[in-house]
Design a binder for this molecule. Structure first.
Ligand code: RFL
Ligand code: PHB
Length: 389
């Protein structure tokens, strides 16, 4: 088998890259370790920056997102028992974010890929990357008890934090990492969101909370939990009671509780791999970097990588230009580090760090400063909607 670009991973990065390349007439095959249903079962991001929305449109897969996505003009911070809106739209000269679940976005991309008849090999085992330092890279994998080989011009490692792509070059990567001493317990429920107009981030003496949404009838909530907690420790009732005591009394009254349709715990981590290019192998999305979800940046950073990478491959195949390929890593890392900074800062500002009473006082001072200072509120708003490319 032969293709122009072998894509490892059918998460949002791999699928979006495949679609953009296909639109430009560049051939690609995706190899995914899991089944499609498994990929769709992972409940993750919900907030899209304009860059991501624009890229979905460019890929020709925005019809449902344009209809069902919910545009948000503001976010809210809850602390000291009170709510403080940040007018993101007003402070950024009209920019917004869109609530549209990663599951839906992935679904739309999978449907488009299927409709276009593009090859995705699900349940591809033991994927191995070869020859990417030369001009004839190859990917091998096992499927249905047989070993297959896929020859290509380039390999795109879109296989997430635990994938094989970065692991293959681990001796050549410099890794920067920070692990946080807590996780997020997330709950999805078919209940109306607490606020259809804002994403609400809470800092309370009991820890961080987040009220978000997927639609007018589906909500997503999170609470900070110790890393030692297990999902089984958290009945729905316990979750709702904990969430309610972490927000202000008025909001607490408004929370509509109901049975969970998904509940999971995610650890929080900041991570960057440098560089993102190794000969003809390129890392994109979570394969190259992780942010704690507090800034809603992970999926959006993945989309930016894909924008640069698709452009680089298209220029190579259509114009015989190496310029995009040669600058890919550097261009991506510039934006990645800024999003890392914002996500780390938001995480530090909004969570309880056990035993750090000085840090707690710094949070109080900074939150008070933030809601009174147009300068700092503007800085938050412009990072939240996404820094310019
Ligand atoms: P993914 O989604 O992990 O997909 C990688 C795919 O590669 C496959 N794979 C392999 N395939 C073949 N061979 C192998 N050896 C393989 N190893 C792995 C995997 O099965 C998988 O299908 O990475 P991708 O595509 O780069 O996408 C990244 C996003 O998923 C991630 O950044 C976001 O979900 C982060 N994130 C958020 N980002 C936002 O922009 N806005 C948000 O509101 C937001 N909220 C979140 C989040 C992440 C969260 N978690 C789970 C920490 C909320 C949470 C709770
Ligand atoms: C979500 O809706 O899942 C979500 C929203 C905002 C975040 C993280 C996750 O910062």
């Amino acid at each position: 088998m032969r293709t122009q670009v072998a894509i490892i991973g059918a998460g949002p990065s791999g699928l979006l890259l495949g679609q953009l390349l296909h639109k430009a007439g560049v051939d690609n095959i995706i190899l995914e370790r899991q089944t499609g249903d498994y990929v769709l079962g992972r409940i993750r991001a919900g907030i899209l920056e304009q860059v991501t929305v624009d890229l979905m449109r460019e890929a020709g897969v925005s019809e449902r997102m344009d209809k069902e996505g919910i545009v948000h003009h503001s976010i809210e911070l809850v602390f000291g028992g009170a709510r403080h809106p940040i007018d993101v739209h007003g402070l950024t000269g009209g920019k917004v974010v869109t609530a549209y679940g990663q599951t839906e976005l992935t679904h739309d991309l999978m449907d488009a890929r299927k409709a276009a008849g593009l090859a995705t090999v699900y349940e591809a085992d033991n994927v191995r990357l070869h020859g990417f330092d030369g001009t004839n890279p190859q990917v091998t994998y096992e499927k249905d008890g047989r070993t297959h080989a896929l020859d290509c011009d380039f390999i795109a490692g879109c296989d997430g934090f635990h994938g094989v792509s970065r692991a293959t070059v681990k001796d050549r990567v410099t890794e920067y990492e920070k692990v946080y001493p807590f996780g997020w317990l997330g709950l999805l429920s078919d209940t109306p969101p607490v606020s259809p107009h804002a994403i609400v981030y809470g800092n309370s003496e009991h820890g961080f909370s987040l009220c978000s949404m997927r639609s007018m009838t589906r909500s997503r909530y999170y609470v900070q939990v110790p890393l030692t907690d297990k999902v089984e420790d958290w009945s729905d009732d316990r979750f709702w009671a904990e969430l309610k005591r972490r927000v202000d009394p008025e909001l607490s009254e408004k929370i509509v509780t109901g049975a969970s349709i998904e509940k999971s715990i995610a650890p929080l981590r900041s991570f960057v791999a440098e560089p993102l290019r190794f000969g003809r192998l390129f890392l994109a999305g979570d394969a190259g970097h992780i942010v704690p979800p507090t800034g809603a940046k992970g999926l959006n950073l993945a989309a930016t990588d894909v924008k640069y990478l698709s452009g680089a491959f298209i220029d190579y195949f259509k114009e015989r230009s190496n310029a995009g390929i040669d600058t890919y890593s550097e261009r991506c890392l510039k934006r990645i580090w800024k999003a890392e900074r914002f996500s780390w800062w938001m995480t530090t500002l909004m969570h309880r760090f056990p035993g750090d009473e000085f840090g707690r006082k710094m949070q109080e001072a900074e939150l008070d400063y933030l809601v009174k200072s147009k300068a700092l509120s503007t800085a938050v708003a412009e990072n939240y909607v996404g820094l310019p490319l």
